[in-house]
Design a protein around this ligand. Sequence first.
Ligand SMILES: *[C@@H]1O[C@H](CO)[C@@H](O)[C@H](O)[C@H]1NC(C)=O
Ligand SMILES: *[C@@H]1O[C@H](CO)[C@@H](O)[C@H](O)[C@H]1NC(C)=O
Ligand SMILES: *[C@@H]1O[C@H](CO)[C@@H](O)[C@H](O)[C@H]1NC(C)=O
Length: 375
Amino acid sequence: MLQIWVVLSVYLSISALDNGLMRTPPMGWMSWERFRCNIDCENDSKNCISENIFRDMADRLAEDGWKEMGYDHVMIDDCWSSMLRDKVGRLQPDLQRFPGGIAKLARYLHDRGLKLGIYGDLGTHTCEGYPGTTLDKIDTDAQTFASWGVDFLKLDCGFLLMRTMFFCHTGYPLMSKALNATGRTIGYSCSWPAYRGGLPPSECFIMLPICNLWHITDWFFDNQEMLQPEAGPGRWNDPDMLIIGNFGLSVDQSRSQMALWAIMAAPLIMSNNLRTLSRGQGHPAKQRSTRTLWASREDACYRSHIEVYWRPLSQSASALVFLSRRQDMPYRYHTSLAKLNYTAGSYEGCSSFLVPFLVLSNHIVVHDDSISSSA
Ligand SMILES: *[C@@H]1O[C@H](CO)[C@@H](O)[C@H](O)[C@H]1NC(C)=O
Ligand SMILES: *[C@@H]1O[C@H](CO)[C@@H](O)[C@H](O)[C@H]1NC(C)=O
Ligand SMILES: *[C@@H]1O[C@H](CO)[C@@H](O)[C@H](O)[C@H]1NC(C)=O
Protein backbone atom coordinates (compact mmCIF):
# COMPACT_ATOMS: atom_id res chain seq x y z
CA MET A 1 0.00 0.00 0.00
CA LEU A 2 2.62 2.44 1.04
CA GLN A 3 4.48 1.97 -2.13
CA ILE A 4 1.52 2.92 -4.18
CA TRP A 5 0.53 5.82 -2.16
CA VAL A 6 3.66 7.45 -1.42
CA VAL A 7 3.81 8.30 -4.86
CA LEU A 8 1.83 10.97 -5.76
CA SER A 9 2.12 12.79 -8.33
CA VAL A 10 2.43 15.27 -10.51
CA TYR A 11 1.22 17.23 -13.03
CA LEU A 12 1.27 17.92 -16.43
CA SER A 13 2.68 17.66 -19.69
CA ILE A 14 4.48 19.97 -21.89
CA SER A 15 2.86 19.02 -25.08
CA ALA A 16 -0.44 17.75 -23.83
CA LEU A 17 -1.30 19.98 -20.98
CA ASP A 18 -1.55 23.65 -21.53
CA ASN A 19 -4.08 24.86 -19.03
CA GLY A 20 -2.18 27.82 -17.67
CA LEU A 21 -2.09 26.48 -14.12
CA MET A 22 0.74 25.97 -11.69
CA ARG A 23 3.27 28.40 -12.98
CA THR A 24 4.86 27.83 -9.59
CA PRO A 25 4.68 24.51 -7.74
CA PRO A 26 1.26 23.92 -6.16
CA MET A 27 0.87 24.29 -2.41
CA GLY A 28 -1.79 23.12 -0.02
CA TRP A 29 -2.98 20.34 2.19
CA MET A 30 -3.95 16.74 1.41
CA SER A 31 -5.63 14.18 3.63
CA TRP A 32 -3.80 10.96 2.87
CA GLU A 33 -0.62 10.72 4.91
CA ARG A 34 -2.25 11.95 8.10
CA PHE A 35 -5.81 10.67 7.92
CA ARG A 36 -5.59 7.79 5.44
CA CYS A 37 -8.84 5.90 4.93
CA ASN A 38 -10.37 6.50 8.33
CA ILE A 39 -14.08 6.34 7.59
CA ASP A 40 -15.24 5.63 11.13
CA CYS A 41 -17.18 8.82 11.75
CA GLU A 42 -19.23 7.09 14.41
CA ASN A 43 -16.31 6.70 16.81
CA ASP A 44 -13.81 9.21 15.46
CA SER A 45 -15.82 12.07 14.02
CA LYS A 46 -12.99 14.62 14.22
CA ASN A 47 -10.56 12.54 12.21
CA CYS A 48 -12.66 10.61 9.73
CA ILE A 49 -12.73 11.41 6.01
CA SER A 50 -15.81 13.62 5.84
CA GLU A 51 -16.80 17.10 4.73
CA ASN A 52 -16.08 18.33 8.27
CA ILE A 53 -12.40 17.60 8.13
CA PHE A 54 -11.97 19.39 4.81
CA ARG A 55 -13.93 22.40 6.02
CA ASP A 56 -11.86 22.48 9.20
CA MET A 57 -8.61 22.37 7.26
CA ALA A 58 -9.89 25.08 4.93
CA ASP A 59 -10.61 27.25 7.99
CA ARG A 60 -7.13 26.64 9.32
CA LEU A 61 -5.48 27.48 5.98
CA ALA A 62 -7.56 30.64 5.68
CA GLU A 63 -7.33 31.83 9.28
CA ASP A 64 -3.89 30.76 10.47
CA GLY A 65 -1.81 32.50 7.84
CA TRP A 66 -1.16 29.50 5.61
CA LYS A 67 -3.08 30.86 2.66
CA GLU A 68 -0.98 34.01 2.61
CA MET A 69 2.09 31.78 2.35
CA GLY A 70 0.60 30.18 -0.76
CA TYR A 71 -0.99 27.07 0.74
CA ASP A 72 -4.26 27.43 -1.12
CA HIS A 73 -5.40 23.91 -2.07
CA VAL A 74 -7.39 21.51 0.08
CA MET A 75 -7.12 18.08 -1.49
CA ILE A 76 -9.36 15.11 -0.85
CA ASP A 77 -7.57 11.79 -1.27
CA ASP A 78 -9.09 8.30 -1.49
CA CYS A 79 -12.18 7.08 0.40
CA TRP A 80 -14.46 10.04 -0.28
CA SER A 81 -16.89 8.34 -2.59
CA SER A 82 -19.85 6.09 -2.19
CA MET A 83 -19.20 2.44 -2.99
CA LEU A 84 -21.77 2.80 -5.76
CA ARG A 85 -22.04 5.09 -8.75
CA ASP A 86 -25.41 6.83 -9.12
CA LYS A 87 -28.18 5.70 -11.45
CA VAL A 88 -26.63 7.33 -14.48
CA GLY A 89 -23.14 6.07 -13.73
CA ARG A 90 -21.61 9.11 -12.06
CA LEU A 91 -19.35 9.03 -9.05
CA GLN A 92 -21.05 10.35 -5.93
CA PRO A 93 -19.71 11.12 -2.48
CA ASP A 94 -20.56 8.96 0.50
CA LEU A 95 -23.76 10.64 1.61
CA GLN A 96 -23.29 9.95 5.30
CA ARG A 97 -19.87 11.54 5.41
CA PHE A 98 -20.46 14.23 2.76
CA PRO A 99 -24.15 15.05 3.22
CA GLY A 100 -23.74 18.48 1.61
CA GLY A 101 -22.09 17.06 -1.49
CA ILE A 102 -18.81 18.01 -3.14
CA ALA A 103 -20.16 21.07 -4.96
CA LYS A 104 -21.13 22.66 -1.66
CA LEU A 105 -17.72 21.87 -0.21
CA ALA A 106 -16.10 23.46 -3.27
CA ARG A 107 -18.16 26.61 -2.72
CA TYR A 108 -17.11 26.71 0.92
CA LEU A 109 -13.47 26.67 -0.17
CA HIS A 110 -13.93 29.12 -3.01
CA ASP A 111 -15.61 31.57 -0.64
CA ARG A 112 -12.37 31.52 1.36
CA GLY A 113 -10.12 31.96 -1.65
CA LEU A 114 -9.10 28.30 -1.64
CA LYS A 115 -9.18 25.55 -4.25
CA LEU A 116 -10.52 22.02 -4.00
CA GLY A 117 -8.63 18.93 -5.13
CA ILE A 118 -10.18 15.50 -5.53
CA TYR A 119 -8.91 12.00 -6.09
CA GLY A 120 -9.55 9.39 -8.76
CA ASP A 121 -7.97 6.13 -9.77
CA LEU A 122 -7.74 4.58 -13.22
CA GLY A 123 -9.04 1.03 -13.12
CA THR A 124 -11.98 -0.82 -11.68
CA HIS A 125 -11.26 0.30 -8.11
CA THR A 126 -9.25 2.84 -6.18
CA CYS A 127 -6.41 1.64 -3.97
CA GLU A 128 -8.84 1.37 -1.07
CA GLY A 129 -11.53 -0.41 -3.08
CA TYR A 130 -13.84 2.48 -3.99
CA PRO A 131 -15.17 2.80 -7.55
CA GLY A 132 -12.36 3.45 -10.01
CA THR A 133 -12.38 5.20 -13.35
CA THR A 134 -12.43 2.67 -16.15
CA LEU A 135 -11.63 3.92 -19.64
CA ASP A 136 -15.30 4.24 -20.56
CA LYS A 137 -15.92 6.43 -17.49
CA ILE A 138 -13.14 8.95 -18.05
CA ASP A 139 -15.30 11.57 -19.77
CA THR A 140 -18.13 11.13 -17.28
CA ASP A 141 -15.83 11.54 -14.29
CA ALA A 142 -14.07 14.57 -15.75
CA GLN A 143 -17.44 16.20 -16.34
CA THR A 144 -18.67 15.31 -12.87
CA PHE A 145 -15.60 16.85 -11.25
CA ALA A 146 -15.92 19.97 -13.38
CA SER A 147 -19.64 20.30 -12.58
CA TRP A 148 -18.81 20.25 -8.88
CA GLY A 149 -16.30 23.06 -9.28
CA VAL A 150 -13.25 20.92 -8.55
CA ASP A 151 -9.91 22.65 -9.25
CA PHE A 152 -7.41 19.82 -9.09
CA LEU A 153 -7.41 16.09 -9.76
CA LYS A 154 -4.94 13.60 -8.37
CA LEU A 155 -5.27 10.58 -10.61
CA ASP A 156 -3.75 7.38 -9.41
CA CYS A 157 -3.34 4.12 -11.30
CA GLY A 158 -2.76 2.06 -8.29
CA PHE A 159 -5.27 -0.71 -7.94
CA LEU A 160 -2.93 -3.65 -8.14
CA LEU A 161 -4.87 -5.97 -10.38
CA MET A 162 -5.56 -3.24 -12.87
CA ARG A 163 -2.20 -1.62 -12.86
CA THR A 164 -1.31 -2.64 -16.33
CA MET A 165 0.76 -0.58 -18.67
CA PHE A 166 -2.08 -0.54 -21.09
CA PHE A 167 -4.47 0.96 -18.62
CA CYS A 168 -2.20 3.63 -17.29
CA HIS A 169 -0.77 4.49 -20.68
CA THR A 170 -4.14 4.86 -22.25
CA GLY A 171 -5.94 6.42 -19.33
CA TYR A 172 -3.67 9.31 -18.34
CA PRO A 173 -3.66 11.07 -21.71
CA LEU A 174 -7.40 10.46 -22.12
CA MET A 175 -8.14 12.09 -18.78
CA SER A 176 -5.95 15.04 -19.74
CA LYS A 177 -8.08 15.53 -22.85
CA ALA A 178 -11.31 14.94 -20.97
CA LEU A 179 -10.44 17.56 -18.35
CA ASN A 180 -9.60 20.04 -21.07
CA ALA A 181 -12.88 19.29 -22.82
CA THR A 182 -14.87 20.27 -19.74
CA GLY A 183 -13.78 23.86 -20.25
CA ARG A 184 -12.88 24.19 -16.58
CA THR A 185 -9.20 24.59 -15.75
CA ILE A 186 -8.37 21.68 -13.49
CA GLY A 187 -4.84 20.94 -12.28
CA TYR A 188 -3.85 17.40 -13.12
CA SER A 189 -1.56 15.32 -11.02
CA CYS A 190 -0.53 11.97 -12.49
CA SER A 191 1.05 9.13 -10.59
CA TRP A 192 1.92 7.66 -13.94
CA PRO A 193 5.71 7.58 -13.67
CA ALA A 194 5.45 5.78 -10.39
CA TYR A 195 4.26 2.78 -12.29
CA ARG A 196 6.83 3.05 -15.01
CA GLY A 197 9.98 2.87 -12.95
CA GLY A 198 9.92 6.49 -12.01
CA LEU A 199 11.14 8.50 -14.93
CA PRO A 200 8.83 10.93 -16.61
CA PRO A 201 6.96 9.59 -19.59
CA SER A 202 7.00 11.81 -22.60
CA GLU A 203 3.59 13.28 -21.97
CA CYS A 204 3.31 13.70 -18.27
CA PHE A 205 5.83 14.58 -15.66
CA ILE A 206 5.86 13.97 -12.05
CA MET A 207 7.25 11.55 -9.95
CA LEU A 208 7.88 8.72 -8.25
CA PRO A 209 7.25 6.38 -5.59
CA ILE A 210 9.16 3.88 -3.63
CA CYS A 211 8.47 3.43 -0.02
CA ASN A 212 9.54 6.16 2.25
CA LEU A 213 10.64 9.68 2.53
CA TRP A 214 14.33 9.20 2.37
CA HIS A 215 14.15 6.63 -0.34
CA ILE A 216 12.17 8.99 -2.37
CA THR A 217 14.57 11.74 -1.66
CA ASP A 218 17.53 9.58 -2.53
CA TRP A 219 15.92 8.45 -5.72
CA PHE A 220 15.11 12.00 -6.65
CA PHE A 221 18.53 13.34 -6.04
CA ASP A 222 20.26 10.42 -7.70
CA ASN A 223 18.19 11.10 -10.79
CA GLN A 224 18.15 14.87 -10.72
CA GLU A 225 20.03 15.20 -13.98
CA MET A 226 17.22 13.48 -15.79
CA LEU A 227 14.35 14.81 -13.75
CA GLN A 228 15.26 18.40 -13.22
CA PRO A 229 15.18 19.52 -16.86
CA GLU A 230 11.62 18.23 -17.12
CA ALA A 231 10.38 20.58 -14.44
CA GLY A 232 9.33 24.13 -14.98
CA PRO A 233 6.31 26.38 -14.86
CA GLY A 234 3.23 24.21 -15.30
CA ARG A 235 5.03 20.89 -14.77
CA TRP A 236 6.72 19.76 -11.59
CA ASN A 237 8.39 16.68 -10.24
CA ASP A 238 6.60 15.64 -7.10
CA PRO A 239 8.36 13.68 -4.39
CA ASP A 240 5.04 13.56 -2.53
CA MET A 241 3.50 15.13 0.54
CA LEU A 242 5.24 17.13 3.24
CA ILE A 243 4.80 15.20 6.45
CA ILE A 244 6.20 17.90 8.66
CA GLY A 245 3.97 18.53 11.62
CA ASN A 246 2.88 14.94 11.40
CA PHE A 247 3.84 12.16 13.77
CA GLY A 248 7.41 11.18 14.27
CA LEU A 249 9.52 13.95 12.79
CA SER A 250 11.73 16.11 14.93
CA VAL A 251 11.90 19.84 14.25
CA ASP A 252 15.27 19.33 12.58
CA GLN A 253 13.90 16.58 10.36
CA SER A 254 10.96 18.82 9.48
CA ARG A 255 13.33 21.58 8.49
CA SER A 256 15.29 19.10 6.41
CA GLN A 257 12.22 18.05 4.47
CA MET A 258 11.22 21.66 3.96
CA ALA A 259 14.68 22.66 2.77
CA LEU A 260 14.97 19.77 0.33
CA TRP A 261 11.46 20.18 -1.07
CA ALA A 262 12.07 23.90 -1.49
CA ILE A 263 15.37 23.53 -3.29
CA MET A 264 13.82 20.91 -5.60
CA ALA A 265 10.95 23.32 -6.35
CA ALA A 266 8.64 20.48 -5.34
CA PRO A 267 4.94 20.90 -4.72
CA LEU A 268 4.40 21.74 -1.05
CA ILE A 269 1.39 19.67 -0.08
CA MET A 270 1.20 19.22 3.67
CA SER A 271 -0.50 16.21 5.20
CA ASN A 272 -0.79 16.85 8.91
CA ASN A 273 -3.33 18.00 11.44
CA LEU A 274 -3.55 21.75 10.98
CA ARG A 275 -5.82 22.02 13.99
CA THR A 276 -2.96 21.20 16.32
CA LEU A 277 -0.08 22.69 14.39
CA SER A 278 1.74 25.74 15.64
CA ARG A 279 0.18 28.85 14.14
CA GLY A 280 3.32 30.86 14.58
CA GLN A 281 5.67 32.06 11.91
CA GLY A 282 8.33 29.78 13.34
CA HIS A 283 6.90 26.64 11.83
CA PRO A 284 9.22 25.13 9.20
CA ALA A 285 6.42 25.05 6.65
CA LYS A 286 6.05 28.80 6.97
CA GLN A 287 9.63 29.64 6.07
CA ARG A 288 9.54 31.41 2.80
CA SER A 289 12.58 30.36 0.91
CA THR A 290 12.88 29.40 -2.69
CA ARG A 291 9.14 29.17 -3.12
CA THR A 292 8.37 30.85 -6.37
CA LEU A 293 11.69 30.44 -8.03
CA TRP A 294 12.54 28.00 -10.68
CA ALA A 295 15.98 27.35 -11.93
CA SER A 296 17.66 25.55 -14.74
CA ARG A 297 20.01 23.36 -12.82
CA GLU A 298 20.66 21.68 -9.51
CA ASP A 299 23.77 20.01 -8.26
CA ALA A 300 24.42 17.81 -5.33
CA CYS A 301 27.80 16.88 -4.02
CA TYR A 302 28.54 14.45 -1.30
CA ARG A 303 31.28 14.75 1.27
CA SER A 304 31.66 14.10 4.95
CA HIS A 305 28.10 12.83 4.96
CA ILE A 306 27.20 16.46 4.55
CA GLU A 307 25.35 16.92 1.30
CA VAL A 308 25.30 20.28 -0.38
CA TYR A 309 22.52 21.26 -2.73
CA TRP A 310 22.69 24.33 -4.88
CA ARG A 311 20.09 26.08 -6.98
CA PRO A 312 20.31 29.31 -8.94
CA LEU A 313 17.56 31.78 -8.16
CA SER A 314 16.47 34.95 -9.84
CA GLN A 315 18.41 38.22 -9.54
CA SER A 316 21.81 36.52 -9.26
CA ALA A 317 20.88 34.93 -5.97
CA SER A 318 21.27 31.26 -5.25
CA ALA A 319 20.10 28.82 -2.63
CA LEU A 320 22.25 26.32 -0.76
CA VAL A 321 21.09 23.46 1.41
CA PHE A 322 23.52 21.69 3.70
CA LEU A 323 22.08 18.36 4.76
CA SER A 324 23.79 16.31 7.43
CA ARG A 325 23.38 12.56 7.28
CA ARG A 326 25.83 12.08 10.08
CA GLN A 327 24.81 9.88 12.94
CA ASP A 328 27.31 11.14 15.47
CA MET A 329 27.88 14.53 17.05
CA PRO A 330 27.16 18.06 15.95
CA TYR A 331 29.68 18.74 13.25
CA ARG A 332 31.45 21.80 11.97
CA TYR A 333 31.28 21.83 8.21
CA HIS A 334 33.72 23.99 6.33
CA THR A 335 33.71 24.70 2.64
CA SER A 336 34.72 27.52 0.33
CA LEU A 337 33.00 29.59 -2.26
CA ALA A 338 35.48 28.27 -4.80
CA LYS A 339 34.59 24.66 -4.04
CA LEU A 340 30.95 25.52 -4.57
CA ASN A 341 31.87 27.15 -7.87
CA TYR A 342 31.07 30.69 -6.79
CA THR A 343 33.32 33.34 -8.22
CA ALA A 344 35.30 35.26 -5.65
CA GLY A 345 33.47 38.28 -4.39
CA SER A 346 31.36 39.41 -1.56
CA TYR A 347 28.00 37.81 -0.94
CA GLU A 348 25.17 38.62 1.35
CA GLY A 349 23.86 35.55 3.14
CA CYS A 350 20.66 34.81 4.98
CA SER A 351 19.53 31.64 6.67
CA SER A 352 16.03 30.24 6.38
CA PHE A 353 16.14 28.33 9.63
CA LEU A 354 18.31 30.62 11.72
CA VAL A 355 21.17 28.18 11.55
CA PRO A 356 24.28 30.20 12.18
CA PHE A 357 26.58 30.35 9.23
CA LEU A 358 29.34 32.65 8.19
CA VAL A 359 30.62 33.80 4.87
CA LEU A 360 34.12 35.03 5.66
CA SER A 361 36.69 35.90 3.07
CA ASN A 362 35.30 33.39 0.65
CA HIS A 363 34.80 30.65 3.20
CA ILE A 364 31.52 29.28 4.47
CA VAL A 365 31.20 27.79 7.91
CA VAL A 366 28.00 26.15 9.04
CA HIS A 367 27.87 25.21 12.67
CA ASP A 368 25.08 24.62 15.05
CA ASP A 369 25.51 22.66 18.24
CA SER A 370 21.78 22.35 18.57
CA ILE A 371 21.25 20.45 15.33
CA SER A 372 20.79 16.75 15.81
CA SER A 373 22.18 14.21 13.41
CA SER A 374 20.22 13.54 10.22
CA ALA A 375 19.14 17.12 9.86
C1 LIG B 1 -7.38 23.16 -23.47
O1 LIG B 1 -6.24 23.02 -24.30
C2 LIG B 1 -5.98 24.14 -25.10
C3 LIG B 1 -4.85 23.79 -26.06
O2 LIG B 1 -3.76 23.25 -25.36
C4 LIG B 1 -5.66 25.32 -24.21
O3 LIG B 1 -5.39 26.48 -24.98
C5 LIG B 1 -6.84 25.58 -23.30
O4 LIG B 1 -6.54 26.63 -22.39
C6 LIG B 1 -7.19 24.32 -22.52
N1 LIG B 1 -8.41 24.56 -21.78
C7 LIG B 1 -8.55 24.15 -20.51
C8 LIG B 1 -9.88 24.43 -19.90
O5 LIG B 1 -7.68 23.56 -19.88
C1 LIG C 1 -17.37 2.06 16.35
O1 LIG C 1 -16.76 1.24 17.33
C2 LIG C 1 -17.50 0.05 17.62
C3 LIG C 1 -16.82 -0.64 18.80
O2 LIG C 1 -15.45 -0.83 18.50
C4 LIG C 1 -17.55 -0.84 16.38
O3 LIG C 1 -18.30 -2.01 16.65
C5 LIG C 1 -18.21 -0.07 15.25
O4 LIG C 1 -18.18 -0.85 14.05
C6 LIG C 1 -17.47 1.24 15.03
N1 LIG C 1 -18.18 2.04 14.02
C7 LIG C 1 -17.73 2.15 12.77
C8 LIG C 1 -18.58 2.98 11.87
O5 LIG C 1 -16.71 1.61 12.37
C1 LIG D 1 32.13 22.87 -10.05
O1 LIG D 1 32.51 22.84 -11.41
C2 LIG D 1 33.26 21.66 -11.76
C3 LIG D 1 33.73 21.85 -13.20
O2 LIG D 1 32.69 22.31 -14.02
C4 LIG D 1 32.36 20.44 -11.62
O3 LIG D 1 33.04 19.26 -11.92
C5 LIG D 1 31.88 20.38 -10.17
O4 LIG D 1 30.96 19.31 -10.00
C6 LIG D 1 31.23 21.67 -9.74
N1 LIG D 1 30.93 21.64 -8.32
C7 LIG D 1 29.76 21.99 -7.84
C8 LIG D 1 29.64 21.94 -6.35
O5 LIG D 1 28.84 22.36 -8.55
